[in-house]
Design a binder for this molecule. Structure first.
Ligand code: NI
Length: 158
């Protein structure tokens, strides 16, 4: 088990486009394990490899229904719309409202580099979009409607 440092907004690596994974190596397997460890330790619902400083198209997600690994994910179908709060481990203490599709179908590779197709609704659809954006160097803060809010201040008010 290894926890990796999460890069934060302002770090140039978060703006870069990640490269496709062409073969599964021991190094990549260790990266995937570390990404899950880091995501769970930080209590995130998703993590993309560039957030730990590695420009590879790898995403880990768990919205509460178990771990999901996506390698070289592509969105192949979207429908509907949802508007809700989003946050990111790379933007600590902040949240903001983002509109995303309510249904997202993704095509990706699994740990054995076999093609998988996954469908998500609600939070999972949102996580697919948010994490795949990271692979293209985009942070949700660019999509926020209105103000990026401080979650810590809200907790203090309660
Ligand atoms: Ni994020």
């Amino acid at each position: 088990m290894a926890i990796r440092a999460v890069r934060e907004i302002g770090d140039e690596i978060l703006k870069k486009r990640s490269k496709a994974v062409t073969k599964m190596t021991l190094r990549t397997k260790i990266l995937i394990e570390d990404m899950f460890d880091t995501m769970y330790e930080q209590m995130g619902v998703g993590l993309a490899a560039p957030q730990v400083g590695i420009l590879k198209r790898i995403v880990t997600i768990d919205v509460g229904d178990g771990p999901i690994l996506l390698i070289n994910p592509e969105i192949v179908e979207v429908s509907g719309e949802q508007t809700g709060e989003e946050a990111c481990l790379s933007v600590p203490g902040k949240c903001g409202v983002v509109t995303r599709p309510d249904y997202v179908k993704v095509k990706a590779l699994d740990q054995d580099m076999q093609e998988i197709v996954l469908e998500g609704e609600g939070l999972l659809a949102r996580a697919f979009c948010h994490e795949i954006d990271h692979l293209d160097g985009q942070l949700y803060v660019e999509l926020v409607e209105g103000e990026l809010r401080d979650t810590r201040a809200e907790e203090e008010e309660e």
